[in-house]
Design a protein around this ligand. Structure first.
Ligand SMILES: [Zn+2]
Length: 69
C-alpha cells in the first residue's frame, strides 16, 4: 500500500494530497492559489520612489568658446 504524499498548503497550511489530479497543488484550492499570486503581485515588492535627486550633482558645463576667438 502506498501512502499518498501530503503537502501543507502554503496559503492556509491545510493538508493537501499531492496528486496530479490536484491542479492547484501545492495549494488546496484555487482560492488559495489566487491569494498567493495576489500577494506576490501587490505585497512584498513595493519599489520606493526616490524623488530626492539633488540638482547639485548636475554640473552645468560652461563652454569656453569665447576664449577661442
Ligand atoms: Zn489552502
Amino acid at each position: 500500500m502506498k501512502k499518498p504524499a501530503e503537502v501543507a498548503c502554503p496559503q492556509c497550511s491545510k493538508k493537501v494530497i499531492w496528486s496530479t489530479a490536484n491542479t492547484y497543488r501545492p495549494f488546496c484550492s484555487e482560492r488559495c492559489k489566487l491569494m498567493d499570486l495576489g500577494q506576490w503581485a501587490t505585497g512584498g515588492y513595493s519599489i520606493p520612489v526616490t524623488d530626492n535627486f539633488s540638482n547639485e550633482s548636475i554640473n552645468t558645463v560652461s563652454s569656453s568658446d569665447e576664449n577661442l576667438m
